[in-house]
Design a protein around this ligand. Structure first.
Ligand SMILES: CC(C)(COP(=O)(O)OP(=O)(O)OC[C@H]1O[C@@H](n2cnc3c(N)ncnc32)[C@H](O)[C@@H]1OP(=O)(O)O)[C@@H](O)C(=O)NCCC(=O)NCCS
Length: 375
């Protein structure tokens, strides 16, 4: 077993984000045969934006802990200023406005040659200590799996019973540490351009059903007049999207939080958004956003889509998505495909996506560990 120690990485130490990105690229190529990573620039902006959550990054470095090193806010030595060999990383967030029982978005990676040497386990042990120090009692970790390759392996189902995951290295690791699979998400891909006739038909049929509503679209940050409505839509997403067996509280959204998110996205790329408004009152009834990263105009991502509860049943979801995709194709003709993530049990959203031509190609697992129960 190699001698290693864990350090805290901060985005202000430039080599650290580069090393995280390098390992993410290797993991992505290994799992999916393609580089699906966000750029170093985007990772840096994400790690530096802490308005709603603390962002943590630990790195496993070779060798013993150096003497007299400075200790960071999670109680571990800070990463050295000079680059070092990285054996593995774990990134995570500590929500500040709600879900203060969670350490969430945990993603552990260990470089290929260093696996099965308890490096991943050591990172998890550190997260348990951080959870105790920050009074969090639940760990929420994510795994990703190739859909086709994984179908040959034994499967594990979530507590909700919807969908399953292959018991591969990542799932074995989670199970070995007593995590329970709380939710399965589908990652689906739509190849572009979509048949323009299909998109036009889709949009016209939805528009005909959505009487009393109108759509407004924009690029970049939310216009001032829609900030409150977009905050309400984001709250609805966090309250209404199926969360499987995850112990999850709705997010506490206000105009400031919308502006903060917009500012972060704007530094890394551009958001393309469409909202549905009630025609006479101007009240926001639905929202959908696609994110196009700087330098990667070929592979946009579908962000959240929601229709608020009082406005469901008018095909607004279909209309919002068709119109926003049409705008994407006009403004970003370089886009080759768009990826989206949906809870396996989210039948309505999956029906829209399937009709548009999205097809499943990978799956993710949300794994939950209740620390009090685990002891
Ligand atoms: C999943 C991953 C992080 C595990 O890291 P690791 O440092 O190799 O894990 P550890 O050595 O601490 O393993 C702890 C236990 O998990 C289980 N485990 C880990 N990898 C396994 C594998 N390939 N097959 C079966 N069991 C495995 C075993 O029970 C292991 O204990 P053992 O070696 O004494 O039998 C690593 O394989 C990886 O980086 N995979 C790619 C990225 C990824 O999928 N991340 C999601 C992580 S949850």
């Amino acid at each position: 077993m190699p001698e290693f120690h864990l350090v805290e990485g901060a985005p202000a130490t430039p080599w650290v984000v580069g090393a995280l990105h390098h390992l993410e690229q290797a993991t992505s190529l290994e799992l999916f045969g393609e580089d699906r990573t966000m750029s170093v620039e985007s990772l840096t902006h994400n790690l530096s934006t802490e308005t709603s959550a603390l962002k943590g990054l630990l790195l496993a470095l070779t060798g013993p802990i150096p003497a007299d090193c400075e200790v960071g806010r999670f109680g571990l030595p800070l990463a050295p200023t000079e680059p070092a060999e990285v054996l593995g990383t774990v990134s995570f967030t500590l929500p500040l406005r709600e879900n203060r029982h969670l350490i969430e978005d945990i993603y552990i990676q260990v470089a290929g040659p260093n696996r099965r040497q308890r490096i991943g386990s050591a990172m998890l042990d550190s997260l348990r200590e951080i959870a105790a120090a920050f009074e969090r009692d639940t760990l929420l970790m994510w795994t990703e799996h190739d859909f086709a390759a994984g179908s040959q392996l034994p499967q594990v189902s979530p507590t909700t019973g919807s969908g399953s995951l292959p018991v591969d290295a990542a799932a074995s690791f989670a199970l070995a540490h007593q995590f329970r699979l709380a939710q399965v998400e589908r990652q689906s891909r739509l190849h572009l351009p979509i048949d323009p006739n299909l998109l036009a038909e889709f949009s016209a049929a939805a528009e005909a059903a959505a009487t009393g509503y109108r759509l407004v679209s924009w690029h970049g940050p939310t216009p001032q007049e829609y900030l409150a409505g977009v905050a309400a839509a984001n709250w609805a997403i966090s309250a209404d999207a199926p969360t499987g067996g995850i112990d999850w509280e709705p997010e506490n959204w206000d105009e400031r939080r919308v502006r903060d998110l917009d500012a972060m996205l704007d530094r890394s790329g551009q958001a393309v958004s469409t909202i549905a408004l009630v025609a006479d009152s101007g009240e926001v009834a639905g929202l959908t956003t696609i994110f196009v990263e700087n330098g990667r105009l070929d592979r946009p991502y579908q962000f959240n889509t929601v229709v608020l509860a009082a406005h469901r049943g008018h095909r607004l979801g279909w209309w919002l998505k068709a119109v926003n995709l049409a705008r994407l194709e006009v403004h970003y003709p370089q886009a080759k495909h768009i990826d989206t993530w949906n809870a396996n049990e989210n039948e309505h959203m999956l029906a829209i996506n399937t009709a548009l031509g999205y097809r499943i190609w990978a799956i993710s697992g949300g794994w939950q560990l209740k620390l009090a129960a685990a002891g």
